[in-house]
Write a protein that binds this ligand. Sequence first.
Ligand SMILES: [Zn+2]
Length: 355
Amino acid sequence: MLILPRQKDIAVLGLGYSVGTPAEGIIAEAIVVKSLDELKKKEKEITGKIVVYNQDFELYEKAVKYRYNGANEAAKLGAVAVLVRAITPVSLYTLHAGSMKYAENITKIPAASITVEDAELLYRFQNRGETLKIQLKMEAKMLPDVESRNLVVELTGNKKPEKVVVVSSHIDSWDVGQGAMDDGGGAFISWSSLVLLKRLNLRPQRTIRGIMWTAEEIGLIGSRNYIKKHEEEKKNLQFVLDSDLGTFKPQGLVVSGNEQVQCIVHRILRLLKPLGNLNVKRGVLGYDTLEWLKGGVPGASLWNQNDTYFWYHHTNADTMLVEDPSALDAGTALFAAVSYVLADISIDLPHGNLS
Ligand SMILES: [Zn+2]
């Protein structure tokens, strides 16, 4: 609740891993900064205050550090809590969840997301010379870990079953919304591509393994465990596909691998003319699969027309309404075709240095 310069409720959503406040809450002056640079410039004014990050949104990767690490930077300077403007280009007073992480040997201060609207309001008050005072109450607490599992489905290869193409996505989601978009859509196309191939009675030489990773949102826990446990099989990975940036109309694939890999995937996408002009973009993009990609395993992420992805990301608005059945069918066709051809092709794709 904003107490000064006027009383107003402020909607908050605790960030993942944040500690709560004492039961009576924290009442403190607040200071708004637009950037970490500005925080450092004002380092003498931070002690005892609630820091409000009102960073701009250009790229998700740039803005997300305020959510992930903002509490540490503020705590180093003596702040008592942080409120982080939602990481989104567009807001209808929407709260966005997401993880943060406490650094070692730094005081753990509560961290919550606030809306773009409230962050801007506080900023305007401050620019007008008003003193800001906020009461923050958060009941966040960590519960003990429970068991959770990756879900694995596969079409076993008929000639080289030990060689594997992976199609993947994650099955967990944030507490808000339904996780239909992040990452239900990805799970749908990975799962459905195998169902489709089975119905068509197509069995390739190599195995196609669908993996729906668990506990991605709280730190890639399912995939990290899997990748570690299956280190032996890494050399047998033909290609690893991931979809975790929406399942809107497919544009192609962001492909990681050498020239030969890029060329082969490009040729496969040309088989999919009915889906439109699909393209290959070179890049190392993946979340659960990133460790494999960085280790030289060829792979790709779904490239889709996801301009509105971060409007819904980690919000109550991430529901089935965001999903378009025809885009899901197109994504399924793309994953099914690419995984099938790569699982049945005569050569093993080269691993190795990223280029
Ligand atoms: Zn996700």
